[in-house]
Design a protein. Structure first.
Length: 499
């Protein structure tokens, strides 16, 4: 019998560990002056240093050190007074030096933690993820496997190498073993990577675009019999590149490993690759131990010895913690938990805050971004923020609040702005979307609506005020949604003796 996820986490207890690699957004590489711009023509951002040519000497990027210390401080780490680089020796075609300059036994940041919150059957639960180390290294190049169906080397006709990414500053954030998550291990993994991404974005040290590879997660997972206190043999699922996939990778490995154990098979310590289409993983290579890399101190680089006063200056520059900011905004805007979750899941919190700062009323700002703009974005299969700016939505909301637009007209205005017809006011002018508020014109439309529905009008005269809604709707329809609904209601009730 094949175990389901729910069955697996009853019999087996998962032990989780996460390694997150983050490309820093410095303008130059870790040890040379080459540019780091994403998307450049292959092999146009290289030099003798990042290509590892004989005689080339590296120099450490000071901004990268500063960014790494900021990350460590934000993760409650101790900043080491002395750290140094090492050579991590192994051969990959996309690593031009045949070793990676990294940090081994003397990393720059150690012993931190990050608190996250997850949804459980009992409600929201806090969970502390302890950080073992944050260290600096350089990224490798990129292999492009041409031909075949999977885009991987197996079945490809040939491979191409792009060394533009080789040498880009990379920070690796390694958790300690995360015990006790039990059936919530997938949610803990996703919550941790989500919160970490938000912190990195708030620090301004990386664009954390997982889809472009500037933030990648390796998921380490092992299983043992529940309650045994033992540790199983772990697998390492490499380069998972979305929040959803982090969660799915944990689920997939729990199911795979539990079913191997059920049939008496051995779990092999190996790297694995996550398959987006199925949520499963496939074998990569047997996992090396530290001694396999033959680490030794990098002879061409001096140790990193950050000044204590400088560290405290950087600590004073830390921005508001994202979790604290979310709670503050939720209180200031009086947002229900469910709506706040919707804003966060849609990644709209920042743009809503910007819209409000530009003069929009908070409830309307949330409503328009979560409603109409998200609807239009879903139709086009793009992000809402790629369609329209916060300034344009704020302008539309201000026009609604001033009475110059109805909600129906506002939707037409937003469509016009997205279509490139100009600003909100320019779209209003071009499309003739002016609100009708003239008493004479509205009274004429009201009289026509009453004449068309005399029975409804009589009910209103008799005191059935809710029945007025049908007449107001008829007026709005006859005016193409350009009538001021509040003004229509006022004049209608007055006309029928209820004003």
């Amino acid at each position: 019998m094949t175990l389901t996820y729910d069955q697996a986490v009853i019999k087996y207890e998962p032990t989780l560990g996460l390694e997150v690699h983050v490309e820093l957004n410095t303008k130059s590489k870790m040890f040379c002056g080459c540019a780091t711009e994403f998307g450049a023509e292959p092999n146009t951002q290289t030099c003798p240093i990042c290509l590892g040519l004989p005689g080339a000497l590296p120099v450490v990027n000071g901004r990268a050190i500063e960014s790494t210390i900021l990350i460590g401080l934000a993760l409650n780490c101790q900043i080491a007074p002395f750290s140094r680089f090492a050579r991590k020796n192994y051969f990959y075609p996309d690593m031009p030096k045949n070793f990676q300059t990294s940090q081994y036994d003397e990393p720059i940041c150690v012993n931190g933690y990050l608190d996250v919150e997850i949804d459980t059957d009992e409600g929201k639960m806090p969970f502390r993820v302890e950080i073992e180390r944050v260290h600096m290294e350089e990224d490798t190049g990129k292999s492009l496997h041409v031909g075949g169906e999977t885009g991987r080397i197996h079945g490809a006709d040939y491979s191409l190498l792009d060394y533009n990414r080789a040498g880009i500053p990379l920070v690796e954030i390694v958790t300690k073993i995360i015990p006790g998550a039990k059936k919530y291990a997938p949610q803990v993994a996703r919550a941790y990577v989500t919160e970490l991404r938000d912190i990195l974005r708030s620090l301004g040290v990386s664009d954390v675009k997982m889809e472009q590879g500037s933030m990648r997660c390796d998921v380490n997972l092992s299983l043992a019999i529940a309650g045994s206190g033992a540790l199983g043999t772990r697998s390492e699922t490499k380069n998972v590149n979305s929040l959803r996939s982090v969660e799915r990778a944990v689920i997939g490995e729990i199911i795979r490993q539990s079913n191997r154990l059920e049939t008496g098979e051995r779990i092999i310590q190996e790297t694995r690759h996550f398959l987006e289409e199925s949520g499963l993983t496939r074998p990569g290579r047997s996992k090396e131990q530290a001694e396999d890399y033959r680490y030794f101190p990098e002879p061409d680089l001096v140790p990193v010895v950050p000044d204590a006063a400088w560290i405290e200056t950087l600590r004073g520059q830390l921005p508001e913690r994202p979790s604290a900011r979310r709670k503050r905004l939720q209180t200031e805007w009086s947002v229900p938990d469910k709506e706040m979750d919707s804003l966060l899941n849609a990644e709209l919190l920042d743009v809503v805050e910007e819209t409000i700062a530009l003069g929009a009323e908070p409830a309307r700002a949330r409503s328009w971004w979560l409603g109409e703009v998200s609807r239009l974005a879903n139709e086009r299969e793009v992000a809402p923020t790629s369609l329209i700016t916060a300034a344009s939505i704020a302008e539309v909301i201000v026009l609604i609040e001033s009475g110059e637009l109805t909600d129906k007209l506002a939707r037409q205005v937003i469509e016009g702005v997205i279509a490139g017809e100009g600003s909100a006011k320019e779209v209003i002018e071009k499309r003739g979307l002016k609100v009708i508020s003239d008493d004479g014109a509205l009274t004429k439309a009201i009289e026509s609506a009453i004449a068309a529905s005399p029975d409804t009008a009589e009910r209103v005269r008799s005191g059935n005020i809710p029945a007025a809604g049908a007449l107001i709707g008829a007026v709005m329809k006859s005016t193409g949604g350009q009538a001021d609904a509040a003004k229509v209601r006022e004049l209608l009730l007055k006309h029928l003796g209820q004003g």
